[in-house]
Design a protein. Structure first.
Length: 237
C-alpha cells in the first residue's frame, strides 16, 4: 500500500512511496485506501480517518452536500448575485438552470445564457411581469404561470440533470400569494436533493430561512431610482 497525500488546492491525490495513507488532518492511517488502475480516488471518505470523517458528517461539512442559499432583502443585487454564482458554477464545468417566476422582459443575462445551450445551461421565464392585486382579474393568470414554473422547477430539481438550480424571485411569488409556501418547503426538506438550490426575492420567510444553510440580505442604502435615474441597460437589465 502506498502513502497518499490529499492536496486540498488541486483536489486530487498525489502518490508518495510508503505503506500508509495520510488523512487531511495530518494523521497516518491504513484504512479506506482503494487503488484503481494506478489512479487515486478523490472521494473524501477514502482519504479521511474515521475520527475526522465522523466529525465532518456530524457538522454536515462533507464537500458534496447539496446547498440551499437565499438572496433576499429590499436592495439591488439578488438576481445579479445568483447569476454570478451560476457563472462560477459554469467555470467549474457544472450545469445550471434558472427559473424566473415573475420577470417577463428578456434581460442581458437571459440573452447570454440562452446562447450557450451546448454547455448544459438554460434560463426559462414563466413570469408575466408586474403582479396586480388579488382582486384584479389578471392575478389568476400570474398565479397559474407561477405554479407552472414551480412544477417544471420541481421536475428539474429531481431529475439529476443539473448541478445548480436558481429559483429567481420565488420568495416574491410566495409573499404575493402566487404559490403555496408549503409546496416550496416540501422541496427544500427532501433529504436527497440532487442539486444545489438558490432562491432569490424579497421577503424570504422565517420558514424558508430555516431550511437554507446560507442567507444574504441585500439592504438598500440608496438607489438611482430615487433620483429619477431610469433602469439602465447592462445595469438593471
Amino acid at each position: 500500500m502506498k502513502i497518499v497525500h490529499y492536496d486540498s488546492n488541486r483536489r486530487h491525490l498525489m502518490p508518495i512511496s510508503g505503506q500508509h495513507v495520510i488523512c487531511i488532518c495530518g494523521k497516518w492511517f491504513q484504512e479506506n485506501y482503494i487503488p484503481d488502475q494506478n489512479r487515486y480516488t478523490t472521494d473524501l471518505e477514502k482519504v479521511t480517518c474515521k475520527n475526522c470523517l465522523k466529525k465532518l458528517k456530524k457538522d454536515n461539512k462533507i464537500y458534496d452536500k447539496k446547498r440551499i442559499l437565499i438572496f433576499t432583502g429590499d436592495g439591488k443585487g439578488k438576481t445579479t448575485s445568483a447569476i454570478g454564482l451560476a457563472i462560477r458554477a459554469l467555470g467549474n464545468d457544472m450545469s445550471f438552470f434558472i427559473f424566473q417566476f415573475i420577470k417577463k422582459d428578456i434581460s442581458g443575462e437571459a440573452k447570454f445564457i440562452n446562447s450557450l445551450p451546448s454547455l448544459g445551461v438554460s434560463i426559462s421565464q414563466y413570469g408575466l411581469g408586474f403582479v396586480p392585486k388579488k382582486d384584479n382579474p389578471r392575478f389568476e393568470l400570474h398565479k397559474k404561470a407561477a405554479i407552472e414554473c414551480l412544477n417544471y422547477a420541481r421536475d428539474a430539481i429531481y431529475s439529476n440533470w443539473f448541478d445548480v438550480i436558481i429559483l429567481d424571485e420565488i420568495c416574491n411569488a410566495i409573499q404575493l400569494g402566487l404559490i403555496p409556501e408549503d409546496d416550496v418547503l416540501d422541496i427544500l426538506q427532501k433529504p436527497d436533493l440532487k442539486c444545489h438550490l438558490v432562491l432569490t426575492g424579497r421577503g424570504a420567510s422565517e420558514k424558508l430561512i430555516e431550511f437554507a444553510d446560507t442567507v444574504t440580505e441585500m439592504k438598500c442604502i440608496k438607489h438611482g431610482y430615487d433620483k429619477g435615474i431610469k433602469a439602465t441597460k447592462g445595469i438593471e437589465y
